[in-house]
Design a protein around this ligand. Structure first.
Ligand code: PEP
Length: 247
């Protein structure tokens, strides 16, 4: 059985005052059936992890460097995230791929570093609108999986997030059939490489909100969601957690 996971990506949003949202979330959902993860900006990880200790909310990073230490100004090593109290790290988000030119090889190296540091890697893949329009979605996803997911991946240390680039922050989502097609494909691709592929959780991400969460969570091979905008407010993210718990 794959335990469901609701993961929030706060991106470059949030200050100390935002920690109240985590308190409210933990109060409203003290014992969720699903796992709950929030990935705040790096500035909040240590404090959030401290305040969330013993509660239902796990804390993660949004990126890490592939090296353990060194002359990389502004970067954060996987071991540093772990040291700050993180349990997970999002890697290969399309905004990192687009804004920082991260390649599949970069994402693979970062994922290896994350797993080596004892973090769970949440590896993102997803097609652009042009790629979908060209009929290349599965080809693109297959290439990203092959290039980004390291051989060391297991059900215990890796989560895959399917995030169509055109659905992120746009309010648009694929049809449920399109989500199922990609998630079934990802499961089959992972099965070619990993003995425990059936246990690797697959999240859908892209404009998940309280109003569409239940139908997405009822879709084939969807084990949870990676949520951006709707994870910023405890009430919205709580409603998504409730939908996942009920799925
Ligand atoms: C994301 O950035 O991972 C994401 C899914 O964003 P949103 O939910 O806002 O579309």
């Amino acid at each position: 059985m794959r335990r469901k996971l609701a993961a929030g990506n706060w991106k470059m949003n949030g200050t100390g005052a935002s920690l109240a949202e985590i308190e409210a979330l933990a109060e409203a959902h003290p014992t969720p059936r699903s796992e709950v993860l929030i990935c705040p900006p790096a500035t909040l990880i240590a404090q959030m992890a401290w305040e969330a200790k013993g509660g239902p909310v796990m804390v993660g990073g949004q990126d890490c460097h592939a090296k353990a230490s060194g002359a990389h100004t502004g970067d954060i090593a996987a071991g540093m995230l772990k040291d700050a109290g993180a349990s997970h790290v999002i890697l290969g988000h399309s905004e990192r791929r687009a804004d920082h030119g991260e390649t599949d090889a970069d994402v693979r190296a970062k994922s290896e570093a994350a797993i080596g540091a004892g973090l769970i890697a949440v590896i993102c893949v997803g097609e652009t609108e042009a790629q979908r329009d060209e009929g290349d979605t599965l080809k693109v996803i297959g290439t990203q999986l092959a290039g980004s997911v390291p051989d060391a991946a297991t059900a215990a240390n890796t989560v895959i997030a399917y995030e169509p680039v055109w659905a992120i922050g746009t309010g648009r989502t694929p049809t449920l059939d399109q989500i199922a097609e990609v998630h079934d494909f990802i499961r089959a691709e992972l099965a070619k490489r990993f003995a425990d592929a059936d246990g690797i959780r697959l999240l859908y991400g892209g404009s998940v909100k309280p109003s569409n969460a239940a139908e997405i969570f009822a879709t084939s091979n969807v084990d949870g969601a990676l949520v951006g905008g709707a994870s910023l407010k405890a009430a919205d993210f709580g409603a998504i957690i409730a939908a996942l718990d009920a799925a």
